[in-house]
Design a protein around this ligand. Structure first.
Ligand code: SIN
Length: 325
């Protein structure tokens, strides 16, 4: 029998980021080193967490710009294993802001958890005069303990963003995320949640895409999918160089995501090279390089579109799809 207190147990997993960053001066919010402070020390900075039943684990200690498959595998493994524990109500993950949207997308795609998995972060290091990490961590815990919460979300600056919608849109503001046309799912005000939209759909543990999960956990690398931009003056030479590259540490080229202009249009010279890539068996997907909105599907589209995913999420989605092939 699980008692009320045990059922409200949370797991906090640390992966690094600015929230765990350290600068030599308290007024330095940019010249710090990310991923320095242990997640247990971050938790200790939030007095309100002292009364929570928490299991704390340091999964990684990196700047999230350096995210690699091995860290994703370790994180996915720990999240899946803790979700299986009946007494765990939810999971909080401290993460760098720079690739948090990719990690959130990966976790939601593979696990679609019916329990909340809440990623949080900071834009100022832990040593800052006024750090934003402790409040974000406290808000993330409030979300993870909410009885209706489910799915993978990102909590930052008092807002709750869905994993599929969120992207980082500002390099400095303490509220650097946006959820585009859909907007945030809700907000956290003084520890209380106010929801604007329904929670992302979750599936109970054991009914998620276990085959996809096992493929990711067993992979020695992700299929190589490159991201190219269409812009004024671009040509197809970068794509042709990729096609000509006979060997690479990352393996053979399997896919290309092109961040197209506007409604997913692509410069005519680049399009010729992308068509050559398709002929050579490379999967090509177009996303919009616009910060908001999606490619509106229309007849005669020269390339398949990313179904609304941003370029970085479309790259990950295609890599996961190719892992199945
Ligand atoms: C990182 O992404 O690890 C560094 C930047 C940040 O967390 O804001």
């Amino acid at each position: 029998m699980v008692n009320e207190n045990q059922a409200r147990r949370l797991v906090v997993l640390g992966t690094g980021g600015t929230i765990a960053g350290r600068a030599t001066q308290p007024n330095d919010n940019v010249g710090y080193v990310a991923g320095q402070v242990a997640v247990s020390d971050l938790v200790a900075m939030v007095p309100a967490l002292a009364t929570c039943a928490l299991d704390i684990e340091q999964v990684a200690q990196i700047n999230s710009k350096d995210m690699v498959l091995g860290v994703w595998q370790a994180l996915v493994r720990r999240v899946a294993s803790h979700l299986d524990r009946r007494e765990v109500a939810g999971i909080v993950i401290t993460h760098g802001t720079d690739t948090i949207e990719e990690t959130a997308f990966l976790l939601q795609t593979l696990l679609k958890p019916s329990k909340p998995v809440v990623l949080t972060c900071a834009m100022r290091p832990a040593t800052a005069l006024v750090p934003d990490g402790p409040q974000n961590l406290s808000d993330a815990v409030a979300v993870a303990l909410h009885p209706q919460a489910c799915g993978v979300v990102v909590v930052c600056a008092g807002r709750i963003h869905g994993a599929l919608d969120v992207s980082k849109v500002h390099p400095y503001r303490t509220d650097p995320f946006d959820s585009g046309d859909t907007g945030a799912l809700g907000c956290v005000e003084e520890g209380q949640l106010r929801m604007f939209r329904p929670w992302p759909p979750g599936v109970s543990q054991g009914t998620h895409d276990d085959a996809g999960l096992q493929r990711l956990l067993g992979a020695s690398s992700l299929p190589r999918v490159e991201l190219v931009f269409s812009h004024a003056g671009v040509d197809g030479e970068l794509v042709r160089a990729l096609l000509e590259q006979s060997s690479s540490k990352a393996g053979p080229l399997r896919g290309i995501v092109v961040a197209g202009t506007g409604n997913g249009t692509v410069h005519e010279d680049l399009l010729v090279a992308l068509k050559e890539a398709q002929v050579r068996g490379v999967d090509v997907v177009v996303a919009s390089r616009c910060a908001q909105g999606r490619v509106v599907p229309h007849a005669g589209q020269p390339l398949p579109d990313s179904a609304g995913l941003s370029p970085v999420k479309a790259r990950l989605a295609l890599a996961l799809q190719l892992l199945e092939a």
